[in-house]
Ligand binder design. Structure first.
Ligand code: ATP
Ligand code: MG
Length: 409
């Protein structure tokens, strides 16, 4: 991608209403554009980050046998009425609208009901199970407060996975597989060191669910953990019963602020029962399907990464989710000529600052703001040594590297 060509521009200052660091930097660096509170557009750089995160999630889920779909965002109230969740008393964040032909529609805040309803057309026998179906989908939630940049949106991107089983043992087995896949996902996107699986409330069908919480000072959640983080729980389950279950004492727990980046639930019959999702077993008896559901807030993960690693100069992307690996800065005529040659060979991995009318200092400041892992500078000075200067964004370390060895790392 050429900076002379892209329509986005870096901004010196963040808009006044952008109080969260992630929103401020992502806006200034041209990753997102705010439409209104809690509603963002993803621009070329931002979309690439989203796609990188999705790519990692997709790889890990496909590796445990999941199938990807894309379901409608428009919701027929019918299946939601069967579970009682079309009611605004039950679910207080609905966006609803009217059909011009008459009748009401909802904009999906999540997809349990339509997923179960859809699969009724395909599941009839134990031979059809187990099934693991997921999507990356835009969700709509009329959140009361949306002021943390892309951390809490009224429209946001979620990965939602639903699993379907003939028995509780099979659900438990798959749940454990997802736990492992989630650990790999958070590790790969760069959040492994600070993301913990926490005990959370489970609802009627299982005692606990699990959340994935990333330590973050601006996070909205409070978690409690023992010294070595071998036991972590969230606020809603901090009670005598949970403490006994987990074998910890209240006075040994420390409080910390975190952001929920995902969660997993054993739903059992919560949705399959009211929606009548059944299968016939080996003896031709009709049984209700066991279910689990597993979410990851894709756009929130992007915001958490932005927020967590940013320094006073701008964003700092982990390599696996950076929109490009290299930020190539050309200085002067001969630097530009050489940089053009390099760009032609590696354009997929390079954001190329080929702007002719911009001072080097401004290019460097933009590179720091945009936050790609490696900055490559080619100028008369580096060319005199047949080299380029490579600077690591995260550490600020610079070194001269021979031109033919730039891409060896
Ligand atoms: P929260 O407690 O933060 O509102 P939730 O319990 O409502 O989250 P789910 O409905 O289970 O979350 O959604 C799955 C994941 O989607 C969450 O773990 C979170 O990462 C993300 N998420 C939820 N709400 C939002 C939102 N308004 N904006 C961005 N991401 C969200
Ligand atoms: Mg919520």
């Amino acid at each position: 991608m050429r900076m002379s060509h892209t329509f986005t521009k870096t901004l010196r200052n963040a808009p006044k209403d952008e109080t969260a660091k992630n929103g401020a930097y992502l806006t200034r660096a041209g990753y997102v554009h705010k439409e209104m509170a809690g509603v963002y557009d993803y621009l070329p750089l931002g979309l690439r980050v989203i796609e990188k995160i999705k790519g990692i999630v997709r790889e890990e889920l496909n590796a445990i046998g999941c199938e990807e779909v894309l379901m409608s965002a428009l919701q027929n109230p019918e299946p939601w009425e069967k579970t009682g969740r079309f009611s605004d008393q039950e679910v207080d964040i609905w966006f609803k609208t009217e059909l011009s032909a008459g009748g009401e529609l909802g904009l999906a805040p999540t997809h349990e009901e339509p997923m179960v309803n859809m699969l009724k057309s395909y599941i009839s026998s134990y031979k059809d199970l187990p099934l693991y179906v997921y999507q990356f989908q835009t969700k709509f939630r009329n959140e009361l407060r949306a002021k943390s940049g892309i951390l809490r949106g009224r429209e946001f991107l979620m990965k939602d996975l639903y699993s379907f089983h003939t028995s509780e043992e099979d659900l438990d087995k798959f749940y454990a597989e997802v736990e492992k896949a989630y650990a790999r996902i958070y590790e790969r996107v760069g959040l492994g060191d600070d993301t913990y699986e926490t005990f959370a409330s489970g609802g009627i069908f299982s005692k606990y669910s699990h959340e994935y919480q990333t330590l973050l000072p601006v996070g909205e959640d409070t978690i409690y953990h023992n010294k070595d983080y071998s036991v972590v729980l969230n606020k809603e389950v901090l009670n005598d019963e949970t403490l006994a279950d987990l074998g910890v004492k209240r006075e040994d727990l420390l409080e910390e602020t975190a952001a929920e980046v995902g969660n997993i639930f054993k739903l059992k019959f919560k949705y399959s029962e009211p929606l009548g999702l059944k299968f016939s077993d080996e003896n031709n008896e009709q049984k209700t399907v066991y279910m689990g559901c597993y979410g990851i807030g894709i756009s929130r993960v992007m915001g958490v990464i932005a927020e967590k690693f940013a320094d006073d100069k701008g964003l700092v992307w982990p390599e696996a989710v950076a929109p490009f690996k290299y930020h190539l800065v050309a200085i002067g005529d001969s630097g530009t000529k050489k940089a053009e040659e390099i760009y032609a060979l590696h354009s997929d991995e390079i954001l190329f600052d080929d702007r002719g009318n911009v001072r080097p200092g401004e290019k460097f400041a933009d590179a720091e703001l945009i936050g790609l892992p490696y900055r490559i500078v080619i100028s008369d000075k580096t060319l005199a040594e047949d080299s380029a200067e490579i600077t690591v964004r995260a550490t600020g370390e610079s070194r001269l590297v021979a031109l033919d060895k730039i891409f060896n790392n």
